[in-house]
Design a binder for this molecule. Structure first.
Ligand code: ATP
Length: 356
């Protein structure tokens, strides 16, 4: 396993920047995810790591080795694509062995390695099955085995779960994470699915328009988003617009556009916020952090939407100038109806302040 360093890398396609001035360090053994909406530059970055694209400027290093302009087959990387790119009429073993044959390993070594990796991806009994006789999830694991059997320094995964249905996607997500942590291979994962990113990664890079918005652990990205884009993109959040009215020690009071005063803590703010009286701010509050009844930051409003998901009851509550999504877990006894009044409160620690 190796570390990866991306230094000042840009990739231009004519006038269009795929990515711009990217600086990033991925630690050896880390499960690192590139996350962002379509067109943000995830695949372009992954392709530069694979060697399918060369950067227009900047450097890429695996440990201290400069690989910026090295051909893909000289990088010792394993790769799994969205469509798996398996040979459908060949057996599982023939598919897995392919990379080893190209690298001219002995027959005995190939058999030994194929048997071992087939066991690791829980396909021990499937060696002679044809690919087109396997389920989507099994095919995905063959693709993973084929990438891992060469014992790559770095594993690159490009939206590997997008062809699976929701349940299988969750199972396979757990499988990939298990295999990765057992083998300890540095893994870079591309997805636009924030749930996948959150549940699998040691760290996540959130991208937008070819730029890095934030790099951090799933917890940091979720609880301390740097800006409104990250707050909105990772999980659901409510954003309430207001301006700072007073600062009393650690407490910050914000006046919302319709005159409510909400109080939060100074340390629960994005680093870009300067905390000057009169500053415009956005308060981010997660739907699951809002509680029923009175307490800190109590508000009363009218229910405009109700939904029961099995795990939670979700409401949208109108407070005249803004609405909040409220997610109540384990609170099915008295599900309220559209049009009813509701009182909610928000703990001061659960408000997070973002700048403009
Ligand atoms: P998706 O999730 O849709 O795959 P992405 O985040 O992987 O998106 P990229 O494919 O890296 O995004 O694209 C980043 C930007 O670079 C986009 O604006 C895209 O149109 C542009 N781009 C990517 N590849 C090329 C290319 N070969 N020629 C021209 N423009 C390209």
């Amino acid at each position: 396993m190796r570390s990866v360093r991306i230094e000042n890398v840009s990739k231009q396609f004519g006038q269009v920047y795929g990515v711009k001035d990217l600086n990033l360090e991925i630690k050896a053994g880390e499960f690192f995810t590139f996350l962002g909406p379509s067109g943000c530059g995830k695949t372009t970055t992954l392709r530069m790591l694979a060697g399918f694209y060369y950067p227009t400027k900047g450097k890429i290093l695996f440990d201290d080795r400069d690989v910026t302009r090295l051909q893909p087959n000289k990088r010792n990387i394993g790769m799994v694509f969205q469509n798996y790119a398996l040979f459908p009429h060949m057996t599982v073993d023939e598919n897995i062995a392919f990379g080893l044959q190209v690298r001219k390993f002995s027959k005995a070594e190939i058999q030994h390695r194929v048997d071992r990796i087939r066991g690791q991806v829980h396909l021990a009994a499937y060696g002679n099955r044809k690919i087109n006789e396997l389920s989507g999830g099994q095919q995905q694991r063959v693709a993973l085995a084929r990438a891992l059997v060469i014992e790559p320094d770095i594993l690159l995964l490009d939206e590997p779960l997008s062809n699976l249905d929701a349940k299988l996607r969750e199972e396979t997500r757990i499988e990939i994470k298990r295999i990765q942590s057992e083998l300890g291979v540095t893994t870079i994962y591309v997805t636009h699915d924030q749930m996948e990113a959150m549940s699998m990664s040691d760290r996540i890079m959130v991208m937008e328009d070819g730029n890095i918005k934030q790099v951090g652990t799933p917890q940091e990205i979720y609880h301390q988003p740097k800006d409104r884009f990250v707050a909105n993109f990772i999980g659901e959040t409510n954003l309430i617009e207001g301006s700072i009215q007073a600062i009393k020690g650690e407490n910050v009071q914000v006046r919302t556009v319709n005159g409510h005063i909400l109080t939060g803590r100074k340390q629960q703010s994005s680093p870009s916020l300067t905390h000057m009286i009169g500053d415009k701010v956005f308060i981010s509050i997660r739907p699951e952090s809002i509680q029923l009844g009175t307490g800190e930051n109590t508000l009363s409003g009218k229910i405009t939407f109700v939904e029961f998901t099995g795990i939670s009851v979700n409401y949208i509550v109108d407070f005249t100038a803004f609405s909040l999504k409220v997610m109540l877990i384990n609170s099915y006894d008295q599900i309220k109806k559209i049009g009813e009044d509701i009182t909610i409160h928000m703990a001061q620690d659960s408000l997070y302040f973002l700048g403009e």
